[in-house]
Design a binder for this molecule. Sequence first.
Ligand SMILES: *Cc1c(COP(=O)(O)O)cnc(C)c1O
Length: 419
Amino acid sequence: MSNAVNQTLSYRDLQQRDLQDVLASKRQAFLLPENSIYLDGNSLGAMPKAAAERAQQVLLTEWAEDLIKSWNSHNWIDLPLQVGNKIGRLIGAADGQVICCDSTSVNLFKVLASAMLMQPGRSVVLSQAGNFPTDLYMVEGLASLLGSQHCQLQLVEDSALEQAITTDVAVMLLTQVDFRSGRLLDMQHLTQLAHANGVLVIWDLAHSAGALPIELDNCEVDFAVGCGYKYLNGGPGAPAFLYAAKRHHAALCQPLSGWMGHSNPFSFNHRYEKSADIKQFLTGTPPVLSMSVLDTALDVFHDVDMTQLRDKSLALSRNFAQLVAQHDCLQDLALITPLTDQQRGSQLAYQHPDAYALCQALIKQGVIADFRAPNILRLGFTPLYLRFIDMWTAVEILADIVRTAEYKKAEYAVKQKVT
Ligand SMILES: *Cc1c(COP(=O)(O)O)cnc(C)c1O
């Protein structure tokens, strides 16, 4: 980058970056509301235009006209594996190891239970104290089912992770990019350390899949899970995915053994016999409507170089942080995201006592961000549809809201159900 850190960043610099942006044309693939800057693609990705066409096609042709024949003629039955393989290409997984199904929470339960059964004599699930709550709740649920002698959760701060990886641990469950702080963990290093102690690893890729290059196979990761509706742009409630390394497929035994995970579902055999491949992680009938939409949404990535995407993501957040630092009125915003590239995902998190009101005022002015309790203003940077000049506009609006004390108006203090 041409800009040294302490050189002032101008609107013209950002315009220049847009002109040089190799991903600039990708913005055309999305339908974005006018007069708004969407900094929440880490929570719900924007809609690819082709997704709407696919939904129409599935509804009006595949369902309305072809009805049940579509399971074969439109390959509905193959969607979980087809979509899984598409996601696999974005996360460094060779074909046949990723399957699209259920929600991230349910998938976590399946891989966690499978992993625990592979570790007889060990009971500890090691995770981050600041992990996304659903991940921890799912461990608690499994612990109450298996009993604490077989499953117990150990939580540590990120800084204490390495020392906590011991031969007592059965499974290490980590989220690669922290949903609050945006801190990125070193997957390769932590996975190696775990394996050296006989620990199996599960990575939650909710805030990293589609946002940065991931090398699951090269890092020899055991299991992973992630969301379809965040950086993969699959739409609200899109099905999630899970990864299980091929070397484990034969030994695995996942407890939600529904008919779709059977080696031959249409034999209607009364005895369960698991599928030998990744399909053993399926439980019930795939949600064809939403999975088809995700399938098409993923095509936006087909010619995207994830290294270029990562470069742009880092540049967007670096520029945003610099613009915030250039405004005296924004000095009460405390950045808790590491500014070191190797330690940052695709978001920035600022602490501020009135973070909720700031966020509401921003949304009112067309800058869509989100708030995470207790005091975090969170901004996500999605390189496929954000421009560098959007960083400028968003920070100008933020500065205006603070300078004029707009955010102190009573209307911005009203809490909504979803923040
Ligand atoms: C968003 C997110 C989830 C969401 O789980 P769902 O079951 O899809 O609701 C899980 N884990 C992490 C780390 C997340 O950020």
